[in-house]
Design a binder for this molecule. Structure first.
Ligand code: NAD
Length: 340
């Protein structure tokens, strides 16, 4: 029996990870910790809330006293940190909370891991730490050796955390791994992110705001495949190593939006080009061959198979979408995007 702490588990990827792990490993115990910011939603955890091997703790990863108390009580084997401020546009509006949550939060967790030793601390990072690639060089991919070269306060805060994790490994001997994943999509994604936002607006026949000319390229991975990769890295990855995760599914933003409109039989005329995001990265593309060769990971979904399922999920979970898309979501969407 192993005991896991999963932070940020009421969010999109952490929530999917909790669902995956709780049902796959009934003999293990899972504590999910989340501060329940605007992006955290307990409804996401409803399907597993009463599972015998799962419990939820309302706490902030920056709250040293509360985190240390929890570690003293639970003595975790594995700590997996998904908790973060995750939306690039919000980091442009207000960087400060990004630095606190995304850098100081992991520091508190790692200090607790040193005081109450764990088998592994895993930091969930992002391909955005590598900056971007040119649009006219499809041969170039990010590898784990690509230098960090960030563009937004969000990606800078994630890169800082990665460096801190490696420093804790070298200086204090913290057993750790880092994963850097490409753009995710799938169930329970907060509708400020591109794919659920487009689905939501298209269903309401609202204009679909697309940055610039829609030519920016992202490498899309279904969240299920991100979860299987993290599970593998945490259990079998080598200590102190970084692993890229990606699905070889490069699409322009315009292609993604057109695919969704076609699936929903909605007109392309809903597409509205808006002023480009400041510092907007051109292209992300991951080389996940280390993870594939060393740990045998393979994604289950192509973009074509995953996107249909995701649209259907959104159609079948209108209540979840309506509940999360209130209050803070509406304020941000109105203030940030109406000025474009
Ligand atoms: N979404 C993507 O495409 C993507 C891709 C690669 C990596 N990532 C990384 O994966 C992780 C999860 O991303 P996501 O898309 O699920 O984000 P999300 O915004 O949906 O969820 C983040 C969760 O963290 C919680 N949280 C925020 N601040 C906290 C704090 N101080 N203490 C405790 N909990 C806090 C929120 O309440 C929320 O539940 C992040 O670290 C992100 O950088 C995301």
């Amino acid at each position: 029996m192993s005991k896991f702490l999963i932070t940020g588990g009421a969010g999109f990827i952490g929530g999917n990870f909790c669902h995956y792990m709780v049902s796959k490993y009934p003999q293990d115990e899972f504590v999910c910790l989340d501060a329940l910011t605007y992006a955290g939603n307990l409804e996401t955890l409803e399907p597993i809330m009463n599972a015998g091997n799962f419990r939820f703790v309302h706490e902030n990863i920056c709250h040293r006293e509360g985190i240390f108390k929890l570690f003293a009580e639970e003595h975790f084997d594995y700590v997996i940190n998904f908790a973060a401020e995750s939306h690039v546009d919000r980091s442009i509006e207000n960087p400060e909370i990004f630095l606190k949550t995304n850098i100081l939060g992991p520091q508190v967790l790692m200090d607790a891991c040193l005081k109450y030793p764990v088998k592994r601390f895993h930091q969930v990072s992002t391909d955005e730490v590598y900056g971007d690639l040119p649009l006219d060089r499809p041969d170039l991919l990010f590898t784990e050796q690509t230098p960090l070269h960030t563009s937004s306060p969000y990606s800078a805060s994630k890169a800082a955390a990665d460096l801190l994790v490696m420093a804790y490994h070298r200086t204090f001997g913290l057993p750790c791994t880092i994963s850097r994943c490409s753009n995710n999509y799938g169930p329970y994604q907060f509708p400020e992110k591109l794919i659920p936002m487009i689905i939501k607006k298209a269903l309401a026949d609202e204009p679909l705001p697309i940055y610039g000319k829609g030519i920016n390229v992202r490498d899309w991975l279904h969240v299920y495949d991100h979860c299987t990769a993290i599970d593998l890295i945490v259990r079998q990855g080598a200590d102190g190593e970084i692993y890229n995760i990606g699905g070889h599914n490069e699409k322009t933003n315009l292609e993604v939006v057109q695919t969704i409109l076609n699936y929903l039989s909605k007109p392309q005329s809903l597409i509205t080009f808006v002023k480009d995001r400041a510092g907007h990265d051109l292209r992300y593309a991951m080389d996940p061959s280390k993870l594939e060769k060393e740990l045998g990971w393979r994604p289950k979904y192509t973009f074509e198979t995953g996107i249909g399922r995701t649209i259907d999920w959104n159609l079948n979970h209108r209540d979840w979408l309506e509940h999360v898309a209130s209050g803070e979501y509406l304020r941000f969407m109105k203030e940030y995007y109406s000025s474009k």
